[in-house]
Design a protein around this ligand. Structure first.
Ligand SMILES: Cc1ncc(COP(=O)(O)O)c(C=O)c1O
Length: 377
């Protein structure tokens, strides 16, 4: 029996770094400080140095990171925030919770990222922010987004849950994903490129005032213990998770380059196959391949390939089944045809630093076999 190939092999990764991780956890247990503590601050400082950003504030998860960011901006109720419709639900969810209105934008042709040419036409007197998502590991067009934001005095909040370590560079604007707008947010969900062993998240900013405020919000609005200056929430990264993340942060560069090598192997093998489309990488951003996603001709073909892989012990995922404007919770009357179409065609394949060439070849051969037989049907 062939073993199953998961989307992300967290067990294999733990085995690789077991010595370092076990020691880091044991040290926390020995110290007996489980909430906050020096390790959390140390991790924040190391991540800030890695990403070249002034402040990193850790919190309980990537959704809270978005919530804390928008709470700190304190936008009037009913303010509009322009976001892509093709993304994970967290952003739209947080906006609604705070009484803000997500205004959805379609994706660009032949890609997965927000189409920035559509932003200007969505701006009204109520628009207060643009929140791009660096989906699948690649930066949205931050040059254009920051230009538009400046023209209209809008905030920019970058959701970089899927793109930590990715670098944007175009016409003098360069930097890590999440550090080019007013605030960046990320998630340390276990399967993320930098993942912990539970929930975790962080917020990035170069703005001292916002940093102060967000640190307070994440800790019940306290400036000092039992002094509550503003309304906050309870959103803290556990000390054990910070210790695990410190170990993994040292390996982030090598995780990224492994992912990039694997992505190139997929591209070489799949880009010429009939019925398979591999979108081109964006030239203004490095790609950290949180996901490696391909497009099939239509839903029938995508679903058949998914089934074929599953029958042969290979996991794959559909990110996302529906664009946000078609989800019951966030429904609008928008017509955003590219996002609507892509949800029917997209399929993400296993990719993680621990995926062996042998297992990747097994996946590739299954896809080749599938396209040959599908054509002949
Ligand atoms: C783009 C994006 N934003 C936000 C989140 C939310 O992160 P978390 O699950 O840590 O709350 C995720 C998680 O999958 C995500 O992919």
């Amino acid at each position: 029996m062939l073993h199953t190939i998961p989307m992300v092999d967290l067990q294999a990764q733990y085995r690789r770094f077991k010595g370092e991780i076990d020691l880091a956890i044991l040290n926390v247990l020995d110290e007996g400080i489980f909430i906050q503590g020096n390790i959390v601050r140390e991790f924040e400082n190391q991540l800030a140095a890695t990403l070249n950003v002034k402040h990193v504030i850790t919190c309980a998860n990537g959704t809270d990171a978005l919530q804390i960011a928008f709470m700190a901006l304190d936008l009037p109720k009913g303010s509009e925030v322009i976001i892509p419709t093709y993304t994970y639900a967290a952003l739209a969810e947080v906006l609604h919770l705070l009484g803000l209105i997500p205004v959805f934008v379609d994706i660009m042709k032949d890609g997965y990222l927000m189409d920035v040419t559509q932003i200007s036409s969505k701006i009204t007197s109520r628009t207060k922010a643009i929140a791009p998502v660096h989906l699948f590991g690649e930066c949205a067009d931050m040059l254009e987004i920051t230009k538009i934001a400046k023209q209209h005095s809008l905030f920019v909040i970058e959701d970089t849950a899927q793109a930590i370590g990715s670098i944007f560079c175009n016409e003098g604007l360069s930097g890590f994903a999440g550090t080019l707008g007013d605030i960046g947010t990320t998630s340390f969900f276990p399967s993320k490129n930098l993942g912990c062993y539970g929930d975790g998240g962080a917020i990035f900013t170069n703005n001292d005032h916002l940093a102060n405020k967000m640190r307070m919000i994440a800790n019940h609005g306290q400036s000092q213990k039992y002094i509550h200056e503003i309304i906050g929430i309870n959103s803290r990264l556990d000390t054990i998770q910070a210790a695990i993340l410190m170990v993994k942060l040292n390996h982030l560069k090598s995780f990224t380059s492994n992912r990039q090598l694997l992505a190139q192997r997929y591209i070489n093998a799949l880009e010429k196959l009939d019925g398979v489309f591999v979108p081109q990488k964006n030239e203004t951003s490095t790609h950290v391949y949180h996901q490696f996603s391909i497009l099939m001709i239509d839903k029938a073909m995508r679903d058949s390939l998914k089934l074929h892989l599953e029958k042969n012990g290979v996991s794959s995922m559909v990110y996302y089944l529906l664009p946000l404007h078609k989800q019951l919770a966030y429904k609008t009357n928008d017509s955003l045809p590219l996002s609507e179409a892509i949800c029917n065609r997209v399929l993400s394949l296993p990719i993680c630093p621990e995926l062996t060439n042998e297992n990747q070849d097994r996946i590739i051969n299954l896809i080749i076999e599938f396209t040959q037989n599908y054509k002949n049907n």
